[in-house]
Write a protein that binds this ligand. Structure first.
Ligand code: CLF
Ligand code: SF4
Length: 534
């Protein structure tokens, strides 16, 4: 590949002419793509049992945030028991949910530990694939230690099969590591936006520390030291840690590469780099002063530049502090306190286990289908073509959603790539793109089509269970192939079969392969026509 086919990450970060013009904010986590010049698709949380010790796999296999594969099958819920916070982030307005793990703009129904436990049991009885309970605000879980640990203590007794998870800004973390271990909280997220206090001072105006308010670089230094110490202590105790970092263009974008290195050194299991959510109407300091969030390409460039460091999570949906359901869906409205009062709650451990056994059987079937498809597609798949494919799915790892019902598309990268095992064919989840709903109950909102098409304009095809004539025409006009031939098929199998068919058509001359999205080419993602484009 020609050297001119690449662009330095810093240059990409500084350039704002994003090709796909994906609107990552406020609802999109942005796209996720290939690693720089290696052209190898990767999602660190996509590891399987062969990639880690058995005891770690046991912890992550049905955690939708720690395992990319699990997020197709298992749900999580949050309970909003932690309203207070001990620091101020420039991207947060306390009137709204914590931006550590949520979208601002939606106020949570705050719960007591007793109400929280009731809610968890109600959700567990209605959604048997809900496997993880997280406390993620709306403030900081450890600035509200009594409510947080009381909730965990009760749940450990009353719902023993549910994994416990929490997120924190890390300021108070070292002093609570013993309690975290005591209640078997196996998964802790720390939001770490910097390892340099000078940069931290631009993100955190103050912290509350040792009974006083501390400001400036001194505040950021204390926060940084507490975060690093807490991370090291959790690693030493065998607690799995995920680091969330908010990508703030011009402040910590390139710096996050160093953050990635530093947290890896200290044993972080995953690193989740999320786009800043910043709108003036949220009333945050950044929103009011015009600090923008990153484009999807900028987010991807930083993620790609972290290749080789701590494993990356790329399927985060920046959920609310009271989210319920699969990542990307929110069923919290079904479980408000007044509705729970009307429900007959039966927490039936056996029923939950047997349902989850069915889920695992489905998961194994998905694996088998993928292996078959890899074998079959191997012969036809051209070695010099890599493409992105958008998928409409409601879960279960299948192409099972109408185009018009999608509020996000999952993005898969399909093709050959070089790795430790040599050159291999794959269909790998690399991100998601939020879109506005097209179907308005019986009719399509055509005005939404350009923005939907734009959101996936670096994809060669979109796999759906069904699609109407209007969006079909619009997609075709934009050079994106609408495909409903694999309705209800497993996603990887469908993507690989479509890819083999596409390559066969290219080989037969009935279709011309053209790369899409120049940012991807410039990062060396395409091995096919990149040289010609360079
Ligand atoms: Fe919640 Fe966070 Fe636990 Fe997951 S969310 S506390 S680790 S159970 Fe997940 Fe939501 Fe992203 Fe958080 S998708 S915002 S990473
Ligand atoms: Fe807001 Fe969370 Fe930051 Fe606290 S840690 S200021 S609640 S974003």
């Amino acid at each position: 590949m020609s050297a001119s086919a690449y662009i330095a990450v810093g240059d990409l970060l500084r350039s704002r002419h994003a090709v796909s013009a994906v609107q990552p904010l406020p609802d999109s986590g942005g796209g996720c793509s290939t690693q720089g010049g290696e052209g190898k698709a990767s999602c660190g949380s996509s590891g399987g049992p062969q990639d880690m010790p058995a005891e770690i796999w046991e912890k992550v296999k049905n955690h939708p945030c720690y395992s990319e594969e699990a997020h197709h099958h298992y749900a999580r819920m949050h309970v909003a028991v932690a309203p207070a916070c001990n620091i101020q982030c420039n991207y947060c307005n306390r009137k709204y949910d914590c931006s550590n793990e949520s979208r601002p703009g939606v106020v949570s129904q705050k719960l007591t530990p007793e109400q929280a436990v009731k809610k968890v049991l109600a959700v567990a009885s209605e959604i048997p694939q809900m496997t993880v309970l997280g406390i993620a605000g709306p403030g900081d879980s450890l600035a509200n230690p009594k409510k947080t640990f009381e909730t965990f203590r009760r749940l450990q007794q009353e719902a023993p099969d549910i994994k416990l998870c929490m997120s924190t800004n890390g300021l108070a973390l070292p002093q609570y590591v013993d309690e975290i271990c005591q209640y078997n909280i196996d998964h802790v997220t720390i939001t770490i936006n910097m390892v340099d206090p000078e940069i931290g001072a631009r993100i955190y105006p103050w912290i509350f520390w040792d009974h006083r308010r501390v400001t400036g670089v001194e505040a950021a230094r204390i926060l940084h030291e507490q975060q690093m110490l807490g991370l090291e202590m959790l690693t030493a105790r065998g607690v799995l840690t995920k680091i969330n970092s908010v990508l703030i263009p011009g402040i910590n974008d390139e710096h996050l590469i160093e953050v990635n290195r530093e947290v890896k050194k200290r044993g972080a299991f995953l690193h989740n780099i999320m786009p800043l959510i910043s709108e003036a109407e949220h009333g945050t300091h950044f929103g009011l002063t015009g600090q923008r969030g990153p484009t999807a390409q900028e987010l991807k460039a930083v993620q790609d530049a972290c290749s080789g460091g701590a494993n990356l999570m790329r399927h985060c949906r920046q959920c609310r502090a009271d989210a319920v359901g699969l990542l990307g869906e929110d069923r919290s409205d079904e479980f408000t306190l007044d509705k729970i009062e009307q429900m007959e709650v039966v927490y039936d451990l056996d029923r939950r286990r047997s349902y989850q056994e069915q889920v695992e059987a489905e998961r194994q079937a998905q694996h088998a289908a993928k292996q078959d498809a890899l074998t079959q597609a191997g012969a036809d798949a051209a070695r010099d073509i890599r493409v992105l494919v958008a998928v409409a799915t409601e879960g279960q790892g299948r192409v099972n959603q109408h185009f018009g019902h999608a509020t996000e598309f999952q993005i898969y990268e399909v093709g050959w790539s070089d790795g430790e095992a040599g050159r291999t064919l794959g269909a790998t989840f690399v991100g998601h793109r939020r879109v506005d709903l097209y179907c308005q109950g019986g009719w399509g909102e055509d005005e939404q089509l350009p923005s939907i098409v734009n959101a996936i304009n670096d994809c060669h095809a979109v796999l759906v269970s069904k699609i109407g004539a209007c969006p079909r025409d619009e997609l075709q006009a934009a050079g994106i192939e609408p495909v409903d031939a694999y309705a209800h098929e497993f996603i990887e199998k469908a993507a690989l079969q479509w890819f083999a068919d596409y390559c066969a058509r290219v080989a037969a001359g009935t279709c011309v392969h053209a790369p899409r999205g120049d940012a991807r080419i410039r990062q060396g993602a395409y091995t096919g026509n990149a040289e010609a484009a360079a």
